[in-house]
Design a protein around this ligand. Structure first.
Ligand SMILES: [Zn+2]
Ligand SMILES: [Zn+2]
Length: 279
């Protein structure tokens, strides 16, 4: 296989958030994504690494979560530690969110499942190696235009969209759910699971007990989302039909009853942050 990963030995990947930059980073260069109040810089400072160093220490583990739905994550975990999802669909597959690594085994697995027709990413924390993935699979990366200032590796494959929804194919669609980031989105897959699936990244967050969904402006810094933002998210998510929900991290899966859990969680959240709220 001819790899299209250029700059394999060049330090252009942030060790803390996993974002790949177009060009080499020097010691002392900051990562704007980590400097932002939604992320953090380690006490030991900013660190940069390269593709080869990550590939030498990590593999990608692929797990089937439901029929035609697989999650992919780095083991051992690296940087933020998010999952990506392979969503199989009749007219073409989509990768939801992205990883700071890609390897031959993963490429072969995805190709055997039909390849990728597109990549869509919930928000800038998971842009990671999106430009490399897009070149290898020669497919567009759908990003909401409200977050374009955070694109650190601008390539031809980036396809910005705006507005409330972006229809894809086979009734798959991206839904704009601003809050965590201005351009945060979720992916609605109506033909997956028992009665539809929502993949959320960090836009909505499945809690560890899988009995709650929550909302945060910053997860590592514990800054909650204002009630007005949660109401906007709810206006856009509550019309969707779904029974399962998957957010960014391993184990954060609601396999059934997700709509009911989601609706109860919105009320619980608004009661907590808005003293005037009456369900
Ligand atoms: Zn960073
Ligand atoms: Zn995030």
């Amino acid at each position: 296989m001819s790899w299209i990963i250029d700059q394999q030995h060049v330090n252009n990947i942030c060790s803390t958030c996993g974002t790949r930059y177009a060009n080499e980073r020097k010691p002392g260069d900051i990562c704007p994504i980590c400097e932002d109040e939604r992320q953090y810089v380690l006490e030991s400072g900013q660190h940069w690494t390269n593709y080869e160093a990550i590939a030498a220490q990590h593999n990608i583990r692929i797990t089937e979560r439901a029929p035609r739905l697989y999650d992919l994550r780095l083991v051992p975990a690296f940087s933020i530690g998010q999952r990506a999802f392979l969503v199989q669909s009749a007219s073409g597959n989509i990768l939801w969110d992205c990883l700071p690594l890609i390897d031959e085994t993963t490429v072969a697995f995805i190709r055997a499942k039909g390849g990728l027709k597109g990549i869509a990413i919930s928000h800038p924390h998971y842009y990671s190696l999106m430009a490399v993935w897009a070149r290898i699979f020669d497919c567009p990366v759908y990003l909401h235009e409200a977050d374009q200032e955070w694109i650190m590796d601008k390539r031809d494959h980036i396809q910005l969209w705006g507005g409330l929804q972006q229809p894809l194919w086979d009734d798959l669609k991206l839904v704009h759910t601003p809050g965590h980031f201005p351009g945060s989105v979720v992916l609605h897959a109506p033909h997956h699971g028992y009665d539809g699936t929502v993949l959320t990244g960090d836009s909505l967050f499945v809690s560890r007990d899988r009995k709650q969904v929550s909302f945060m402006y910053s997860f590592p810094n514990y800054i909650p989302l204002p009630a007005k933002d949660v109401r906007i998210i709810d206006e856009r998510v509550s019309p969707l039909a779904f029974d399962s929900m998957y957010s960014a991290f391993d184990g954060l899966n609601i396999q059934e009853g997700a709509k009911e859990i989601y609706e109860r969680s919105v009320i619980r959240y608004l009661q907590a942050v808005d003293p005037q709220f009456r369900p």
